[in-house]
Ligand binder design. Structure first.
Ligand code: ATP
Ligand code: MG
Length: 538
């Protein structure tokens, strides 16, 4: 019964507690929730944390082996017994046959399914054999999970602490990247090729794409904009289908969030804000999962509202609040081998985007010839931003000037700023965790001539400024009515605006964008009446 109590604890699922919602006929006796089967914890491990993912069906358990310090992620999900599984198989066929596509536009496929499925179950429950309400709830949970959700990984997708989910092949444990414990082995694995292959076919179809042995490599955006990368079957992956999902944040990190988690300082953000207003071009460097796209998105939100922004990506990850924003996504080829029929590559999109007169061109990640076109765009006076997989300015410039990017060294200074983001380990309040930090910000004066303006100091976890060496600020001053001193003063005021937002807990990207828009439209008045009044602007 202790377990029953635990399972009735606060619901975190979007659909609430379905046990409460379901009423299957007056004659049925309301059953108590049966105790869940004991959770199988690996030998030598003890539970250190338990979190509800979807009450009462799924919980995330973190277990640790005290002698080795190793952590594991255990998905504790209510499963179906043999009889429930039989009914589930029958009801699945019925649901597939009887649920028709909605006639009007719906907000959520899950809500629509939930309502329709309950009506259909009500209609058939007597003919399918008697089952307690609790079993029906479980059956409906599994049906929703498998038909409109993400199948067996649906519960993992609900865990806000998980950044990435990856499967390395059949029979191998699924791994997750957890915000607190980093890479964790889970208790979940796909027993047979068909299990993972069927899931992948379904997920890829949900994304409106195609996967087959002929086209085994797919990058797709799942509903909810989660990024899915697939290598299908054993064509190119001898261990069987592999996939990685980068979970998308509905509520992206704003510049204020990034300051709050210490990724950059208020001064660094104010500097970027001022540079961006003056169409400086910015490149964010870093390793896999370092936080490049996240930083790029937060910087792009500082661009003046009303500016025409074109974003170009392979899978849609950027999320801006600007009204005048066009998102372009590349398309893979339908042809085989050397035949590139139907392909719309990043290169084509960057080229095409120039005809749309963008103020800012944001390329999610540059890897190939699209970099060349981006630099051409910079040369013609467009603002530009991008990310690139590189650990330092030197390695980035080497890659930029070699094939396939092939950018002439004379063009390199068209990229004004390079920010490097790193995943670092820091111990705070006795706990060592991974954090993201902008470890250096350099201005490009010329090919192989860089000026460092901010450097992260690991021992103190702060940002040392040498902004007085900036070459961009004097260049901005030359083309504006502001003297260099006035520009420095403007950066100070913007730093105070950011500080004011933090003080007032204004953090969501939309709220931050609204304040930035207000500051752009009446900077003096805004500063005087809001920021100075509460005393941040000292
Ligand atoms: N500053 C940050 N603080 C905390 N979490 C962050 C930060 N930046 C990014 N993340 C999280 O880290 C994960 C990876 O971020 P992101 O997609 O930006 O990385 P990336 O460098 O672009 O990765 P990739 O190389 O795969 O494109 C995401 O789940 C994101 O929410
Ligand atoms: Mg990225």
């Amino acid at each position: 019964m202790v377990q029953n109590k635990q399972r009735k604890s606060k619901s975190s699922g979007k659909l609430g507690n379905p046990f409460k919602k379901l009423k299957f006929g007056k004659k049925r006796k309301q059953m108590a929730i049966p105790p869940a089967p004991p959770l199988s914890i690996p030998r030598g491990f003890t539970i250190v944390e338990k979190q509800s993912l979807y009450e009462p069906f799924a919980h995330a358990v973190i277990a640790q082996n005290p002698s080795t310090g190793e952590y594991k992620y255990i998905l504790d999900e209510l499963s179906l017994d043999t009889f429930e599984r039989e009914v589930y198989n029958k009801i699945l066929d019925i649901l597939l046959a009887e649920i028709h596509s909605p006639k009007e536009e719906i907000k959520s496929a899950r809500d629509f399914f939930d309502k329709e499925a309950k009506n259909i179950v009500d209609k058939y429950r007597i003919t399918l054999g008697w089952l307690p309400d609790v079993s029906w709830s479980k059956i409906l949970y599994h049906a929703e999970r498998d038909l409109v959700g993400f199948g067996p990984i649906d519960a993992l997708m609900r865990d806000p602490n998980i950044e990435d989910i990856s499967c390395d092949g059949v029979g191998k444990p699924v791994y997750v990247w957890h915000r607190r414990y980093e890479n964790l082995e889970t208790n979940m694995f796909f027993k047979a090729d068909d299990d993972v292959d069927n899931l992948i076919v379904k997920l890829v179809h949900m994304s409106g794409k195609h996967v087959s042995t002929a086209f085994p490599i797919v990058d797709a955006a799942l509903p909810g904009k989660h990024r899915l990368a697939v290598c299908y079957r054993r064509e190119i992956t001898p261990f069987g289908t592999t996939f990685t999902i980068r979970k998308f944040r509905e509520d992206p990190y704003s510049i204020i969030d990034l300051i709050n988690v210490g990724t950059l300082s208020e001064e660094v953000a104010a500097y970027f804000w001022t540079c961006l207003e003056n169409r400086a071009s910015i490149m964010v460097l870093g390793g896999t999962g370092a936080g490049k796209t996240t930083a790029l998105n937060a910087f792009a939100c500082l661009i003046k509202p009303g500016s025409k922004i074109l974003t170009i990506e392979e899978t849609a990850e950027l999320n801006l609040s600007h009204e005048n924003w066009v998102s372009l996504i590349s398309r893979q080829s339908y042809g085989l081998g050397e035949n590139h029929t139907g392909e719309v590559a990043l290169f084509d999109l960057v080229k095409a985007s120039m005809r749309h007169r963008p103020d800012y061109l944001v390329v999610g990640e540059i890897r190939g010839s699209e970099a060349y076109v981006l630099f051409q765009a910079l040369a013609t006076g467009h603002g530009g931003m991008c990310t690139m997989h590189a650990e330092s300015v030197d390695t980035a410039v080497k890659r930029l000037t070699q094939k396939p990017m092939d950018i002439s060294p004379a063009y390199i200074p068209l990229m004004n700023l390079i920010a490097v983001v790193h995943r670092v380990h820091l111990t705070k309040a006795g706990e060592t965790k991974a954090y993201r930090r902008l470890t250096s910000i350099d201005e490009i004066v010329d090919f192989e001539d860089y000026r460092n303006v901010f450097k992260w100091e690991p021992t103190k976890d702060n940002f040392n400024s040498s902004i007085e060496t900036s070459v961009i600020l004097p260049a901005i001053s030359k083309h504006s009515e502001l003297s260099e001193e006035e520009l420095t003063e403007e950066i100070r005021r913007r730093k105070n605006v950011l500080s004011w937002m933090r003080k007032h807990n204004i953090r969501s990207y939309k709220d931050v964008a609204a304040i930035i828009a207000e500051y752009y439209s009446r900077p003096k008045e805004f500063y005087k009446t809001k920021v100075e009044k509460v005393g941040v602007g000292s």
